[in-house]
Design a protein around this ligand. Structure first.
Ligand SMILES: Cc1cc2nc3c(=O)[nH]c(=O)nc-3n(C[C@H](O)[C@H](O)[C@H](O)COP(=O)(O)OP(=O)(O)OC[C@H]3O[C@@H](n4cnc5c(N)ncnc54)[C@H](O)[C@@H]3O)c2cc1C
Length: 384
């Protein structure tokens, strides 16, 4: 498939690159070290339109298309993966789901301010006992007049603390995927609290939290989509989300490759630049090949989504390959830096840690392979 970026896509990519390298890159290490939420930068990103990239103009968004969005996200991740994951969940899953499934009133109340970056969206699917198998969730929503009463715990929620709205998946009927519904949760609801904030290996400037629901009363008007439609909403959101995580992984790897080339041209051993050793040049060539291959998968998935076609397999392939590629490439980047790669003074140490989660969140890569195989071959028959 020949692919050429449009002039507009190239312009958005350039704008995102300039912003990310000027605004995010200089403070990324410090924010990672101090676990500082990038609220100031997100505000600026909202003003520049980065937080409503997929939202239609009718609701105050930029409607730039998935390819342009993916390019921008890669640029943000190149500079700061923590900011990129917040941007990804907000745009891909939250804005996308509210625009697709929300009522007019919900779009006015939530989508419009989200598109302008007034507040950030989070997505709460995972529970302590329900990760790869979200259908086993136990968080419950029981109808009580014109409210639902929610009880349960959500785990590992990106921007759980700093979000303005959270798409919550909870059980409205006892069994199966049709028993799951989606709700729009705000922090002011009685019975809702943010639980523990995780200490993580990487992406430390983004908060990852438990969400606690104890007889939390949510107005029935806060249901997103119809009762029982939550699982479909979550899966459709994750298709988009996986293109986001693939774009993010690509950005981290590109940064690791660039730092490796730069360092190898500075470092001298055996009276010559290490960039002149063939062993190292081949490592760089392999890294560049892998980055280029991932870029094609990512742009392909984004283009399929943008055309409105089924992107499930393409999104999972892009996420799976790009995230594993990012781990290999960031690992090689450390190797090229030698001992200095292991030291926090050099950014490749952070890239390596930041890349590690990408094969796990938004569905582990084992789950991506199941999704890809099911799309190709249908679901396996289970023995009774
Ligand atoms: C930093 C971070 C941010 C996150 N952000 C969010 C968020 O914003 N919202 C949200 O809802 N969740 C979020 N998550 C949760 C994340 O999506 C889950 O951790 C992930 O889906 C895996 O679930 P689990 O951790 O329970 O692992 P498990 O499901 O317990 O998996 C453990 C291992 O078993 C494997 N496995 C499980 N089932 C199968 C199978 N059928 N075949 C083969 N292997 C299998 C897995 O691949 C994995 O290797 C986040 C997690 C982290 C760490």
């Amino acid at each position: 498939m020949p692919f050429q970026l449009t002039k507009e896509q190239q312009m958005i990519q350039k704008m995102a690159r300039e912003f990310a390298r000027k605004e995010l890159a200089p403070v990324a290490a410090e924010r990672d070290q101090n676990h500082t939420y990038p609220g100031d930068s997100l505000k600026k990103m909202g003003e520049l339109g980065f937080l409503g990239m997929l939202v239609s103009e009718k609701y105050g968004g930029e409607d730039m298309g998935t390819v342009a969005y993916s390019l921008a996200l890669t640029e943000v991740a190149y500079a700061c993966a923590s900011t990129a994951v917040i941007m990804s969940v907000h745009n891909s899953i939250c804005c996308g789901s509210i625009e697709k499934y929300g009522t007019e009133a919900q779009k006015e109340e939530f989508l419009r301010p989200m598109a302008g970056g007034e507040f950030i969206g989070a997505f709460a699917l995972t529970e302590p006992e329900a990760g790869s198998d979200p259908q086993s969730m136990t968080c419950s929503a029981v109808r009580d007049g014109d409210h639902y009463i929610i009880n349960g715990t959500k785990r590992f929620i990106t921007t759980g603390k700093n979000s303005g709205v959270i798409i919550l998946l909870a059980r409205t009927a006892e069994k199966g995927s049709h028993g799951i519904s989606a709700f729009l949760i705000t922090h002011d609801l009685p019975g809702f609290a943010v639980g523990r904030i995780e200490e993580k290996m990487g992406q430390c400037a983004s908060d990852t939290t438990d969400l606690l629901f104890t007889n939390c009363r949510v107005p029935a008007s806060r249901m997103l989509g119809r009762e029982g439609e939550g699982f479909v909403i979550a899966m459709s959101g994750l298709d988009a989300g996986r293109i986001g995580i693939a774009s993010l992984s690509l950005g981290i790897a590109q940064a690791a490759l660039a730092e490796s080339i730069k360092y190898s041209k500075q470092r001298t051993q055996f009276h010559q630049k290490i960039s002149d050793f063939q062993g190292l040049r081949w490592m760089i060539a392999d890294m560049a090949m892998e980055v280029a291959a991932a870029r094609l998968l990512v742009v392909n998935a984004a283009a399929i989504k943008e055309r409105g076609e089924n992107c499930t397999a393409a999104a999972s392939m892009a996420k799976c390959y790009a995230s594993e590629m990012a781990q290999r490439v960031t690992g090689q980047a450390i190797q090229i830096h030698g001992g200095y790669g292991y030291i926090k003074e050099y950014p490749v140490e952070r890239f390596y840690r930041d890349a590690r989660i990408t094969t796990i969140y938004e569905g582990t890569n084992q789950i991506q392979r199941i999704v890809i195989a099911n799309e190709l071959m249908g679901n396996p028959k289970r023995q009774k």
